[in-house]
Design a protein around this ligand. Structure first.
Ligand code: SAM
Length: 222
């Protein structure tokens, strides 16, 4: 006997039920990745709230552009916005993720970087994005500008997330945002430990909150 699949609301419907103002985020729904609707809205709202002149967001771990589209949509329309997307685009990652990345990357015709760029172009957001094809630790050495929003979603191993935090968090300007993904999953202990050990106990980071598996904090003004 055939079992009936339970009826579920699709991502697009879920997004629009949250309000028509989220229509610019619709492209996120058709891009491969791991972001929930509430996480997507959070990235969008945070980047929309950044300064209107020359806002700078940095994303570590872009994959095929699902979260990049959310951040870039929030930045679009501002004066000279920039979203720097750092990813080797070779499906490399921590031990818990590498197999999944490898399998899913095979579906990305033309490779991950081409798919990333095609997704951003289809959403009309390519001009907001600056691609840094490489590893976050190497890119950090070259990067000197103050960051308004840092999104960490690259290598999820504890040492790698810690390195990302050590390399990049000092570059977040006072009042800027730190966002980290996968901070509650058992198989990704790295992000959760870094948040608990280095962020939650540090008075430099305030207004801490969780949205699904995402963590958000703001750097104090002092
Ligand atoms: C979980 S995926 C990112 C998902 C993406 N943020 C999204 O929401 O669609 C992690 C990505 O980080 C990349 N990555 C792994 N190690 C990295 C590193 N050291 N620096 C930058 N990116 C890295 C992986 O290859 C993969 O593309």
């Amino acid at each position: 006997m055939q079992t009936k699949k339970p009826w579920r609301l699709g991502t697009r419907a879920k997004l629009l039920l949250r309000g028509l103002r989220y229509a610019p985020l619709l492209p996120f729904a058709s891009i491969d990745g791991w972001l929930t609707v509430d996480e997507a809205i959070t990235l969008y709202e945070l980047s929309r709230a950044l300064p209107n002149e020359k806002p700078l967001a940095v994303e570590i771990g872009s994959w095929q552009g699902k979260s990049s589209v959310c951040l870039a949509s929030g930045l679009a329309g501002k004066f000279r916005p920039r979203l720097c997307c750092i990813d080797p685009f070779d499906a490399s990652g921590d031990a818990a993720s590498a197999d999944v990345y490898g399998t899913r990357a095979e579906q990305a015709t033309g490779g991950l970087r081409a798919t990333f760029e095609a997704n951003l172009a289809a959403a009309g957001l390519l001009d907001v994005v600056e691609v840094h094809a490489g590893f976050s630790h190497d890119e950090a050495r070259r990067f000197v500008e103050p960051i308004d929003l840092l999104f960490v979603d690259g290598d999820h191993a504890y040492d790698a997330v810690k390195q990302d935090f050590v390399d990049w968090a000092p570059k977040v300007r006072a009042g800027g945002f730190l966002v980290m993904h996968d901070v509650v999953h058992r198989e990704h202990d790295g992000p959760r430990r870094v948040v608990e050990e280095l962020v939650r106990n540090d008075p430099l980071w305030v207004d801490c909150r969780y949205v699904d598996s995402m963590f958000v904090a703001r750097k104090t003004m002092t």
